[in-house]
Design a protein around this ligand. Structure first.
Ligand SMILES: [Zn+2]
Ligand SMILES: [Zn+2]
Length: 196
């Protein structure tokens, strides 16, 4: 099965920037709720650090997969359509989401912190890496195969581009574990872009 990444829509970037501005303000506000939920600044040992990283990774992958599946149900289709307005993505598409979706994304860390003791440094590092990764998977870039880690990079961008092009596939964020469990995984090696 092949799919085409579509052309950019007229005014797409402006609308993505506006949506992203509101979404980032909501994310910043929600993060204020987490201020009192940390157990410390940095973990006391490497073991503690590894446990927190592992547990949060599993939690976030699970949380984001199921929240994303819920966003594709009839009730939430309309708010999630703000993000799917970008069929051909750019880094500006990354945070072009409805305020409800921004709230759901932002609540992931406070919900986790209510269930599991975690240090500020770990959550902060995840936030930074999460933002970079979200921008990359929306970049729609295909790196030359001679560049180191290009295959991994291209796999990630293709994976999420397929979600924007096809809809009900590839709901996962970093890992395809839940997509393969629920048979929502779609892997296409090459994305054919119609240049705008
Ligand atoms: Zn979606
Ligand atoms: Zn997306």
């Amino acid at each position: 099965m092949e799919y085409l990444a579509h052309t950019f829509k007229k005014g797409q970037k402006i609308s993505e920037i506006k949506n992203g501005f509101v979404a980032c303000a909501i994310l910043a506000l929600v993060s204020l709720f987490a201020r009192k939920l940390f157990v410390g600044i940095v973990p006391e040992s490497i073991n503690q650090l590894l446990i927190e990283v592992l547990v949060f990774t599993v939690f976030y992958e699970t949380y984001s997969y199921f929240v994303h599946r819920i966003l594709h149900t009839k009730r939430f289709r309309k708010p999630h359509s703000v993000h799917h307005y970008s069929v051909r993505t750019t880094p500006w598409s990354a945070y072009s989401v409805h305020p409800i979706e921004a709230l759901l994304i932002g609540m992931s860390a406070p919900i986790f912190m209510l269930m599991f003791p975690v240090h500020l440094g770990v959550i902060f590092a995840f936030h930074i890496l999460g933002v970079i990764f979200t921008l990359l998977i929306h970049s729609n870039l295909q790196l030359n195969e001679r560049i180191i880690f290009s295959q991994l990079f291209n796999r990630y961008t293709n994976y999420h581009s397929a979600h924007h092009s096809l809809g009900n596939v590839n709901f996962g964020f970093v890992h395809s574990f839940w997509d393969s469990c629920f048979k929502t995984e779609f892997i296409e090696k090459k994305v054919v872009n119609k240049q705008a």
